[in-house]
Design a protein around this ligand. Sequence first.
Ligand SMILES: Nc1ncnc2c1ncn2[C@@H]1O[C@H](COP(=O)(O)OP(=O)(O)O)[C@@H](O)[C@H]1O
Ligand SMILES: Nc1ccn([C@@H]2O[C@H](COP(=O)(O)OP(=O)(O)O)[C@@H](O)[C@H]2O)c(=O)n1
Ligand SMILES: [Mg+2]
Length: 254
Amino acid sequence: MWRRVASLSSSISSSFLAQTASRLNTWESLTTGIAQQAKGVIAPKEKTPFITFVLGGPGSGKGTQCIKIVETFGFAHLSAGDLLRREIASKSADGAMILNTIKEGKIVPSQVTVKLIQKEMELSDNHKFLIDGFPRTEENRVSFEQIIGVEPNVVLFFDCPEEEMVKRVLNRNEGRVDDNLETIKKRLTVFQALSLPVINYYSEKGKLYTIKAIGTEDEIFEQVRPIFAAFEAIPLNTRWNWNISALVVVIDMS
Ligand SMILES: Nc1ncnc2c1ncn2[C@@H]1O[C@H](COP(=O)(O)OP(=O)(O)O)[C@@H](O)[C@H]1O
Ligand SMILES: Nc1ccn([C@@H]2O[C@H](COP(=O)(O)OP(=O)(O)O)[C@@H](O)[C@H]2O)c(=O)n1
Ligand SMILES: [Mg+2]
């Protein structure tokens, strides 16, 4: 089953291969996903999910790079911020609370955000997900693991100097209630205090890919591209083998 490591494309440098191979333990998390599917937490899908968390401070370029990843690698893009803003616009029961939290640059209770993400995942035909702006806290992270029952395969961190992030957010011009200097300062404090520990957690787990988020959008994407290209290079038949062995797990549990 683990022969997939040796089967990766020879066009990729050996150091990158070694790095990728060390991260193939992410496939382990898929057993958890399958077990949860068996419990009915996620509706059974034909393919196992491939989850990427996209992290970075406000204005670091997460959304911009997600669009490029979607275009190039066919992921479904789930922006936690967009999902929360959609809840506000739909005037749902949580709308007012979410609006106040976003205005203050604080973090919406994890249960609310994870449920929105879960709904989108279930509705999607895709099995490859880019989850943008999530998890922003350890509580977010643990809540996702408990409710969805899977761990990410890849975690991207867009590392950008604060000065540049502030400049970008102030020029963003999307009419967002939180894109003003006062709220940005609060969001940067929240990022340092609550989001950096999550980034450190994934670094220690060997799942973190840090991107230097300075330069043109295209230059930054050239750091992102090889990460997904390496995963794409994993031969399809080895994924099928994995699904077959996962199916046995499901049968054993019943
Ligand atoms: N590499 C870049 N250089 C300059 N501006 C950028 C770059 N990438 C994104 N931007 C701009 O910065 C702003 C914030 O980008 P966005 O992708 O929304 O960041 P995030 O989702 O991390 O908050 C947007 O107006 C975007 O067009
Ligand atoms: N996991 C998340 C993501 C966003 N949010 C809220 O939504 C706001 C906007 O998130 P966003 O991801 O759209 O912001 P950017 O980093 O893209 O600028 C955050 O500042 C939080 O107030 C949250 O509470 N929990
Ligand atoms: Mg964004």
